[in-house]
Design a protein around this ligand. Structure first.
Ligand code: AMP
Length: 402
């Protein structure tokens, strides 16, 4: 059974085509970027290693899905004989609000819920819905599944998701913490259990998803009980360009100092802050900031230390929330690749049961692995995330259940 996974963003559409019967083999993947801007381009790679790159005449999500569909059946580089082989399409959707707590087959009601969340996810939900509607048009009759970033966090109890503000803001306006990156947290927490030879239902896991966006979650026997992102992805860890947690009064101060209005300060805290703002070298990429630190740039050193300290504080608070932890798993661009960040985050935590094996930590690998010593009371894991595979799996399960 062929499952296509679509991740439609504001100016890009990413796709991965899986053959589920062949052990979830990736037949083709790629992306179209700069949609609606000059120089729209596509990168397409198939399982034979053929790569096609170039400009494509794409002005919206529907054009993008059409071009992707044509590539999939292209006589030379294609991987399918006919589009009728595609039995289901899984879509990454960022916000499902309170009512959607699991992956769902898209119908009018699901689309209405995605639309209702436009106000709290204005950058993500509109293009996500456009991707779904594009697939409905290009692949008529094929089931579309929506897999929500918020869904895995739906098990958070009220004491974890409520803010300390008047209760009617929750009951009437749904202002609460939702959490994001749920697909990654679900996948990595399950993989962590597998790595330990345990069932998810038997262990407590802290997942540190440290990428350009970053979030951390506390997973108690398979269920998320807390996560660092909130109503929007701005809360929590210091990220590439997002501030993460801060005194809300800073908002009014930035507005005054920088002469910004509401949307202006929102953009400032989402796009100009985090590592980008702290390090001051015009890059949000930790590799550049690590290079600055190596070269003796003290602001870069301070940015890295501030970033890692925030992760450490969350790990400590989630050990308290869980009443102990069996394994801490690092994932995403920084978590998978930056051994020095992992070491800095865990520095001084021996008293809490973390014994990092420095030699293992320094080995680069694309495989899930333990980087703690064999006698470490808390295991430390590095697990490459695979949100596309998780979306494909959830879509497959949903369609077969149906
Ligand atoms: P993601 O959002 O998961 O794709 O992560 C992207 C981010 O991971 C980049 O912006 C970098 O900050 C970071 N990253 C990727 N590779 C490395 C590396 N080798 N060392 C440090 N940071 C890295």
């Amino acid at each position: 059974m062929i499952v296509l996974v679509i991740n439609a963003g504001s100016s890009s559409v990413k796709f991965t085509c899986f053959d589920m019967a062949a052990g979830r083999k990736v037949l083709a993947s790629g992306l179209i970027e700069r949609i609606g801007i000059d120089g729209t381009s596509m990168k397409y790679t198939n399982h034979r290693g053929e790569v096609i790159k170039g400009e494509v005449p794409v002005k919206d999500a529907k054009d993008a899905v059409k071009v992707i569909s044509e590539r999939l059946v292209d006589p030379k580089a294609g991987v399918l004989k006919s589009l009728s082989e595609v039995k289901a399409i899984g879509h990454r959707v960022v916000h499902g609000g309170e009512s959607i707590t699991a992956p769902v087959i898209v119908n009018d009601q699901v689309k209405a819920t995605i639309r209702e969340c436009f106000a709290i996810a204005p950058l993500h939900n509109p293009p996500n819905l456009a991707g779904i509607e594009a697939c409905e048009a290009v692949f008529p009759g094929v089931a579309n599944a929506a897999v929500f970033d918020t869904a895995f966090h739906a098990t958070m109890p009220p004491h974890a998701f409520l803010y300390g503000i008047p209760y009617d803001l929750y009951t009437e306006h749904k202002i609460r913490r939702y959490g994001f990156h749920g697909t990654s947290h679900a996948y990595v927490s399950r993989q962590a259990a597998e790595l330990l030879g345990k069932k998810p239902a038997d262990i407590k896991v802290i997942v540190c998803h440290l990428g350009n966006g970053g979030s951390i979650s506390a997973v108690d026997r398979g269920k998320c009980v807390d996560t660092s992102m909130g109503l929007t992805p701005l809360e929590g860890l210091i990220m590439g360009t997002r501030s993460g947690d801060m005194d809300p009064a800073i908002v009014w101060n930035i507005m005054r100092i920088k002469g910004l209005d509401g949307p202006g300060v929102d953009n400032f805290l989402n796009k100009k802050s985090g590592l980008l703002g702290l390090a001051g070298i015009n890059s949000s990429d930790l590799r550049d900031i690590e290079a600055g630190h190596q070269a003796g740039n003290k602001q870069c050193t301070q940015a890295i230390e501030t970033y890692a300290y925030r992760v450490k504080k969350y790990i400590g608070s989630y050990i308290a929330a869980l009443g102990g932890v069996d394994v801490v798993a690092f994932t995403a661009g920084v978590g998978e690749n930056s051994a020095s960040t992992r070491a800095l985050v865990l520095k001084g935590l021996q008293g809490l049961g973390f014994k990092l094996d420095s030699a293992k930590n320094d080995v680069r690998s694309a495989e899930p692995r333990l980087v703690s010593t064999p006698d470490s009371p808390v295991k430390i894991a590095v697990i490459p995330t695979d949100e596309e595979q998780e979306i494909a799996g959830q879509t497959f399960d949903l369609v077969n259940k149906k």
